[in-house]
Write a protein that binds this ligand. Structure first.
Ligand SMILES: C[S@@+](CC[C@H](N)C(=O)[O-])C[C@H]1O[C@@H](n2cnc3c(N)ncnc32)[C@H](O)[C@@H]1O
Length: 272
């Protein structure tokens, strides 16, 4: 028996999510999303798709292609800062970087599949498709270990009240109006649940009073007092010297970040 296997993607998915921060930990079923899985030509995939129409959902088996490494213990983004064995999680940092997502199948047009909400970033390679079969795949009453415990906590109302200070409000408005960028709802959701320092949630300390959370290519600086969180400023995630380097045209929101830095120049490191 061979000890390794070479997989070739059958196609790439096109989604609106350019950075991992924008993709939920699992798809948000209430989101109005249309994603396109474009299968490669000249592989007979049109034929392989025969009879798939009629299934309301398909499993996507896909590649966490942006993650070069894996870890035996991971810090899940939900719940308390507690490391879990990677096989007890859906972490993207796995020895074989395979993701699986049961997405809604909205239509098939030749080699293009129109899909509902998903948790894949744009350009993710997909290896396989299988019909989702409730009789085989759904066991809703099954116990789910530590996830059940965390879910019970999450069902409690969010503990923190999040607000934006005037400066952050102005920056958020500028981003929305000029660049159609709006990560504030997701930021609010995350901070309302738990603004504590957490590596996977990308929350770090800045000085004695402030904390910073990474939001994809952006950052938000905030302070916590009791059960209130105040976002005091937004920041570009990358410094200007990085954004202006050649070959960095692909950095997410690069033009918006450069314009943002022109409007709100970087603070000298000493001020941090
Ligand atoms: C927690 S994983 C779950 C994936 C899948 N539903 C599963 O259970 O196997 C979902 C996260 O993977 C990350 N992700 C999405 N596409 C990726 C890619 N191509 N490479 C690496 N990480 C990716 C995003 O941060 C997303 O929030």
């Amino acid at each position: 028996m061979s000890s390794s296997l070479t997989l070739r993607p059958i196609g790439l998915i096109r989604t609106q999510k350019q950075v991992k921060f924008q993709a939920g930990h699992q798809p948000s079923e209430t989101a109005e999303e249309r994603n396109i899985l474009e299968l490669f030509p000249d592989c007979n995939y049109e034929l392989a798709l025969r009879d798939l129409a009629g299934f309301e959902r398909v499993w996507l088996i896909w590649w966490f292609h942006r993650n070069p490494t894996w870890r035996p213990l991971v810090l899940p983004p939900r719940g308390p800062a507690q490391r879990r064995g990677v096989f007890a999680t859906r972490s993207p940092h796995r020895p074989n970087p395979l993701g699986m997502t049961p997405v809604r199948l909205l239509g098939i047009e030749g080699r293009r599949l129109i899909l509902g909400p998903c948790d894949l970033v744009d350009g993710t390679p997909v290896f396989d498709l299988k019909p989702y079969i409730p009789a085989y795949d759904a066991f809703p009453e099954t116990a789910a270990g530590w996830i059940d415990e965390v879910d019970a906590q999450l069902r409690q109302p969010a503990r923190f009240v999040v607000s934006l200070a005037a400066h952050a409000t102005m920056q958020a408005q500028w981003l929305r109006e000029n660049w159609n960028i709006d990560f504030i709802p997701r930021l609010g959701e995350l901070l309302a649940r738990d603004p504590s320092v957490h590596r996977t949630r990308r929350i770090t300390r800045r000085g004695p009073e402030l904390r910073v959370i990474g939001c994809g290519a952006w950052r938000a600086v905030f302070r916590v007092e009791g059960e209130t969180v105040e976002v005091v400023a937004l920041e570009a995630g990358y410094p200007l010297r990085f954004l202006t380097r050649e070959n960095h045209e692909e950095v997410p929101d690069r033009d918006a970040q450069m314009a943002f830095l022109e409007r709100w120049p970087e603070r000298p490191a000493a001020a941090e």
